[in-house]
Design a protein around this ligand. Sequence first.
Ligand code: NCD
Length: 307
Amino acid sequence: MFEKRHVLTMREFSREEIDSVLDMAASLEPYARGGKCDALSGKILALLFFEPSTRTRLSFETAMMRLGGKTLSLGPAEGSAIAKGESLADTVRVIGSYADALVIRHPREGSARLASQFSPVPVLNAGDGAGHHPTQTLLDLYTIRKESHLEDLRIALVGDLKYGRTVHSLAYALALYGAEITLVSPPSLEMPGPIKADLAGKGTKVRETHNLDEVKAEMDVLYLTRIQRERFPDPREYQKVAQSYRVTSESLKGAKEDMIIMHPLPRVDEISPEVDETVHAFYFEQSFYGVPVRMALLKMLIGDGLD
Ligand code: NCD
């Protein structure tokens, strides 16, 4: 089902396929915590990051190492032939001949799809501008399944829904599980129209508001996001919305006892630090789950399929 395919957006995934990744991730979680496994021994994963990354890059590296594989990394563009004007297509063609799969993060929307047209090996999109971030979504779903529930889910996606690629991918996947989605953003950062139209076309229950306080009491999951400063054409526009939503322990009064708070991280000031000590905080678990989920994906994409 997965061998040699690209992972570009969540639109190409069925619910059955997602469930199989999450099941595999659950079976690999003990190895993500340090057990011994060499399912990918002899395999090489290439990391091409043209934008900053901490969790995504390092959890892919960790996932590969925990499976007994190795990684190679392009490093900053200034140190590679990209600085001499080499195209993404040529870079991908060449690095694809050194590795068994490529992970790419790039500021331009559509760049992972472009890379997939030239790569001889599977391409995993680790974020293409304000487009998509499908591997983040898989770990988000894993977190929800483990720490809350995917059935009958009521979830609020909060913050920068315009430029935030994690919520674009997540919204598509949640639609497959019949979740009730509440979109909470400043007016200028609403979810893009085409995504809302796709969700409506799938019969997804979607509601929009600018006021988090109005809806938080009903939620099973609050999914907070950072305002994507680097994507604003005008810094003054960023300043206007920078402090839009901030969750504090005070503001959590009235929330369900078992409501979980998620955030793809990095946070800027969306969650005040005292919230970390509450029963609602799951964002650090969430970032750990990137390891078993990326292990599962890599094993399914480039493993030899013997076990
Ligand atoms: C996100 C991203 O890069 O889109 N980070 C991540 O991968 N965990 C979210 C963000 O940068 O705000």
